[in-house]
Every structure is written in structure tokens, then in C-alpha cells.
Design a protein around this ligand. Structure first.
Ligand code: ASP
Ligand code: MG
Length: 412
């Protein structure tokens, strides 16, 4: 029997009525002849509440007990979902992570799934059970303790089950109806994409992160799990939502698929550092150790053995970056004239696998920004993405201008 994984996020199981609504969607798939594995999140807001309780009780909390508390929200929704299905005459059974068991590493609060043995669940399917309901976001460490997978981790649970059980697809039910060409709150002509490639979804993380945990997309790409994002508040058919899939499954596509943005970026420039072998390591090593997520890096032209080094990072890490650089200077590891921080920048990226085979995307992007009088401060490119830093006050305008320039309101 074809097996489908259906994952319901917090807003889709926020109360008993919504759990019933979700259960009806599951029942419909059973009636269509599927076996179903349902992955549930905690009711919306629940995990935040649990995290808050832990922090109030013990600011320097023991991560094992954090996981014991924070994983509990999913236990409630798993049991309630199974009961709701049973009330609808659908044979269902729930599992907590340890019962499967979902074997993970021992990195509490950020554990990774290592293996999902099928035997327990397969045995129940063989007995006539139609739906296995799994508490998402949790697993079991080699030491026999409950672990959690990091915030948003039930998406990753869903993809891992889809891979382990050779599911025909992994449907992620959420409160939006798919992935858009850009943020509809900024550009009202933003269009829902029917399909998007895994790589593009990863690059569009700033748009998609609210929809899918990044790690779940990486896992889906590795195991070629077809992921579908769709709304639990609408009636859906085969064509609803957005399919996140292998690029070979996409026939027609615009060269550019989407415009992403990152509002709170900072541009940092070290003025006049010695241009010598090892200088980049001496700068970026301490930044990494200080937990600064460096994104773009540009080394400028050198003159008389000195050069300027520019990098970007999130605005809320500027103080940390400054301290790391001052410390490195005090230690004598690096030497610079000045560290200039521009904290009023935003990053805009155009993303599309079509760029691999089409020239001219960069010039079109720069043209569109120039027409609006927007100055570009830093440019970086990858095979399927071009990113620029601009003044934050032009962010919305830039997104709109680029959406228009690349004709994203119309499908290919
Ligand atoms: N409930 C967990 C969280 O809020 C896991 C999830 O919903 O994916 O992060
Ligand atoms: Mg989520």
C-alpha cells in the first residue's frame, strides 16, 4: 500500500477543533488507499511556554531536563490525534520518540536523527492499523534519555520518517498555502510557486525558514523525499501547495525563482590590515570562535602590503564581532587601522537554478537597482544566487523592483 507522511504544525493542531480538522484530512487519505504516518507538533505556543518554564526554574538548565520538559508538548498532540482518529473509526496508534525508537545523537536540544527502525510500526500496519501518529521533534539518545531536535524540528522528524518508510511524499501542513516568489507582505504580486528545487528552497531560507526547518530540506534533498508545503485551513487536491523536489522534476521554470531578503544585516570593514599569508584565518578564526555568523566576505585591493577586508554578519552580532577583533588586535594576532561598522544594511538575493544555464541575470539585477537609484555596497554570487547589500531603507523597494524586473508574477 502506498504510504504517505502528513505533518501538522502547531497552528494546525492548536486546539481540539483543529486537531479534528487535521484528522479529517488524514481520514481522506486513508480512504484514498494510503497508509499514513502522521507527525505532529505541539499546540502552537506550547513549546515556547515550556521553554519559558524551564528558564524560569533554572537559568543555567541541565539540557537533559530541558529536553524532558520541552518534548512533552508533542506527546499531548500525538495522543489526542490518535484518539480523534479512533473516534472517526480510523485505526490509529500513537508513538513517542523513544517508543519507535527514533535514535538520535546525545546533543541535547539540537540532536540529530541517526536511525529510525521500522519494525514496531510495520508490525502494527501488518495488523491492520492505518495511521501511525508520531510525536515530532523528539528522540532517544544512546544513553537512553529523551532528546529534542532543535526548534522547528518536527519538520525534520517528518522527512526522516518519509525517508525511512519510502513514503510517496511528505506533506507539510501549515498556516500558509505554499512557498512564494517573495514575501507577499512586501510585494503583493508575489506568486505561489507550484514547484521549487531543493537547492532553491535552501537559498530562499529567509523566506522559507518560517515554513520549513532548513535541516529538513537538507535531509529531503539527500534522500530525494518529495516535500509538499500546503495549508491545513483549505480544501486541498493533488495540485495544492508547493512541491519542493529534485530539479529534474521541474520542467518549465523562470530563470529566477524567487527574491529573498535579510533585513538585519551589518557590513563590517577592517581598514588596513597586513596583506600576508594567514591573515584571513587570523581574522575569521576568532570571529567563528566568538559565534559570529559571517556571510559575505570581500577582500579589497591591496596597496603597499595593506588591504581592507569587508564582511557581513547579523546586526545583533556586531558587538561580538567588534570584541573578537579588538581582542585579536590586543593579542597581536592581527593589526588594523580601524573597524567600521555599517549597521543599516539589508541583503537582497535573487535565486534560481536557471542561472546555471542563463547569462545576464547579474546585469539585469544591477540595472533594476540602478533604475531605482539604489546603491550596491557589496556583491557576492554563487552558482544559483546573486546577493547584494544595500541601505536598509531601500529594502522593500529593491524587492519590488527585482520581482518586476524578473517577471516573477507570471509563471514560465
Ligand atoms: N514544537 C517544536 C517547536 O515549536 C517543534 C516543531 O513544532 O517543529 O519548535
Ligand atoms: Mg514549524
Amino acid at each position: 500500500m502506498p504510504l504517505l507522511v502528513m505533518k501538522f504544525g502547531g497552528t494546525s493542531v492548536a486546539d481540539l477543533a483543529r486537531i479534528k480538522n487535521a484528522a479529517e484530512k488524514v481520514k481522506r487519505e486513508v480512504e484514498r488507499g494510503h497508509e499514513v504516518i502522521v507527525i505532529v507538533s505541539a499546540m502552537s505556543g506550547k513549546t515556547n511556554e515550556l521553554v519559558g518554564w524551564v528558564e524560569q526554574t533554572s537559568p543555567m538548565f541541565d539540557a537533559r531536563e530541558y529536553d524532558a520538559v520541552v518534548s512533552s508538548g508533542e506527546n499531548v498532540t500525538a495522543g489526542l490525534m490518535s484518539l480523534t482518529l479512533q473516534e472517526m473509526d480510523v485505526p490509529a496508534r500513537s508513538w513517542q520518540g523513544w517508543q519507535v525508537p527514533v535514535q538520535t545523537t546525545s546533543a541535547h536540544s539540537t540532536a540529530r536523527i541517526e536511525d529510525i527502525p521500522r519494525a514496531n510500526i510495520d508490525a502494527k500496519f501488518a495488523e491492520g492499523m492505518k495511521v501511525a501518529v508520531i510525536a515530532g521533534f523528539q528522540g532517544l539518545s544512546p544513553e537512553g534519555r529523551i532528546t529534542t531536535l532543535g526548534r522547528g524540528g518536527s519538520d525534520t522528524t517528518a522527512v526522516a520518517f518519509a525517508a525511512a518508510f519510502d513514503a510517496i511524499r511528505c506533506d507539510i501542513y501549515t498556516d500558509v498555502d505554499g512557498v512564494y516568489t517573495t514575501d507577499p507582505r512586501i510585494e503583493d504580486k508575489a506568486r505561489k510557486l507550484d514547484k521549487i528545487a531543493f537547492e532553491e528552497m535552501l537559498e530562499l531560507a529567509s523566506l522559507g525558514a518560517k515554513v520549513l526547518q532548513t535541516r529538513s530540506v537538507e535531509l529531503a534533498m539527500r534522500y530525494k523525499v518529495r516535500l509538499r508545503v500546503l495549508s491545513s485551513f483549505e480544501d486541498n487536491d493533488e495540485h495544492s501547495g508547493t512541491l519542493v523536489c529534485d530539479e529534474e522534476d521541474i520542467m518549465e521554470q523562470n530563470v529566477v525563482s524567487g527574491i529573498a531578503y535579510q533585513r538585519d544585516e551589518a557590513k563590517m570593514t577592517l581598514i588596513s590590515v597586513a596583506d600576508r599569508p594567514g591573515i584571513a584565518a587570523a581574522i575569521f578564526g576568532p570571529l567563528a570562535s566568538a559565534g559570529v555568523n559571517v556571510d559575505m566576505i570581500v577582500q579589497n585591493i591591496s596597496e603597499e602590503g595593506r588591504t581592507d577586508m569587508t564582511f557581513s554578519c547579523p546586526v545583533n552580532q556586531v558587538a561580538r564581532a567588534q570584541k573578537a577583533m579588538e581582542d585579536a588586535r590586543t593579542n597581536g594576532d592581527i593589526n588594523f587601522h580601524e573597524l567600521v561598522a555599517d549597521t543599516d544594511v539589508a541583503k537582497i538575493s535573487v535565486v534560481g537554478i536557471g542561472m546555471r544555464s542563463h547569462a545576464g541575470v547579474a546585469s539585469k539585477m544591477f540595472d533594476a537597482l540602478a533604475k531605482e537609484g539604489i546603491n550596491i555596497k557589496v556583491i557576492t554570487t554563487s552558482e544559483i544566487k546573486i546577493s547584494v547589500l544595500i541601505d536598509r531603507k531601500y529594502m522593500e523597494l529593491a524587492v519590488q523592483a527585482l520581482h518586476d524586473a524578473f517577471g516573477l508574477e507570471h509563471a514560465a
